[in-house]
Write a protein that binds this ligand. Structure first.
Ligand SMILES: NC(=O)c1ccc[n+]([C@@H]2O[C@H](COP(=O)([O-])OP(=O)(O)OC[C@H]3O[C@@H](n4cnc5c(N)ncnc54)[C@H](OP(=O)(O)O)[C@@H]3O)[C@@H](O)[C@H]2O)c1
Length: 283
């Protein structure tokens, strides 16, 4: 089956990692506040995917949203990234593990398809290996079976992406990476993505960049002239900057006010010289 045209991708994604018992309520709250993109993983160690499904079900029940309003993204995680709570039989082949993990995700999320299925990380920090090639093919089969619309990879280097390209395999629609300001906000991978029309999703934009949030440049950009109603917050400046340079941001906030502020970062328009300055602030 040829790749399906991209379904609408929201311009902010709510991340559900590390929320444990609060996952259902926070997922529902994020939808109530206006998020329409939800990121999770079938990795019980860091995510409670079933709890995300409970939050979605509550939002459907109350008439807040329907499944079609949402962009749901989950991940396949290799065994070394998991604890004992595996969503597959570790003795099965990798392609069976992918199929089992996907079936379990669909069950957790109460849907017959997700919008994006992401390889949580390659099997090696250095290379795109035969193991990854086998899993990627299994993920493509899941896509062709209609269980996901789109595919992604996460925690990848430029080298991984170049090796994928050299192997002439289908490139992903999404890359999801931790975005360090000191690495030029992952400049090399972002550049590859731009050249190959891959959507770059950035996480830990705040938590990986404390020094940026406290930088005088960011403080100077929070002035009232940037937003109609109030001063921008440093977090809003960072999210606005990220979007301006082509990053689709994730936020994992557990705070309703922060959710509101993060979504309102659309209103923050940064002058282009400020964008260049932030981009080269620390890398
Ligand atoms: N692919 C991967 O390997 C991977 C790895 C890590 C994360 N992720 C995904 O990315 C999502 C986001 O992770 P993250 O590391 O970016 O964020 P995060 O660590 O989940 O949360 C952001 C942190 O910043 C704080 N914060 C303060 N002001 C904020 C504001 N205005 N807006 C947002 N946060 C504010 C939050 O505190 P408050 O709660 O008090 O606001 C929270 O402690 C995860 O939930 C997960 O879905 C993926």
């Amino acid at each position: 089956m040829p790749p399906q045209p991209p379904s609408p991708v929201p311009d902010f994604i709510y991340g559900t990692a590390w929320k444990e018992d609060r996952t259902p309520a926070l997922t529902e709250l994020a939808l109530r506040m206006g998020f329409r993109g939800i990121d999770t993983a079938n990795q019980r160690r860091h995510y409670f995917e079933e709890g995300v499904g409970q939050g979605l079900a509550a939002a459907y029940r109350s008439g807040l949203v329907t499944r079609d309003d949402l962009f749901l993204q989950t991940k396949f995680t290799y065994q070394p990234g998991q604890d004992h709570r595996l969503p597959y039989d570790p003795a099965a082949s990798l392609s069976v593990q992918v199929a089992q993990s996907m079936a379990s995700s669909l069950d957790h999320l109460g849907t017959d398809h997700v919008d994006s299925y992401v390889l949580h990380g390659p099997s090696s920090n250095h290379d795109w290996t035969d193991t990854d090639a086998e899993v990627w093919e299994a993920m493509r089969n899941e896509r062709d079976a209609g269980h996901t619309r789109l595919l992604g990879v996460s925690n990848v280097s430029l080298r991984h992406m170049q090796q994928m390209e050299a192997a002439r395999v289908e490139l992903p629609t999404f890359v999801q990476n931790r975005c360090y300001a000191r690495l030029g906000w992952d400049r090399a991978v972002r550049q590859f993505c731009r050249e190959h029309k891959i959507v770059y999703q950035g996480f830990s934009l705040l938590t990986a960049n404390h020094e940026v949030l406290q930088h005088p440049l960011i403080a100077s950009l929070t002035s009232a002239s940037l937003v109609a109603s109030a001063n921008a917050t440093p977090a809003q400046v960072v999210f606005s900057f990220a979007r301006t340079i082509g990053i689709l941001p994730l936020t994992g906030t557990s705070n309703a006010e922060h959710m509101k502020q993060d979504l309102a970062s659309h209103e923050v328009k940064l002058p282009s010289d400020a964008v260049h300055a932030i981009e080269s602030l620390a890398g």
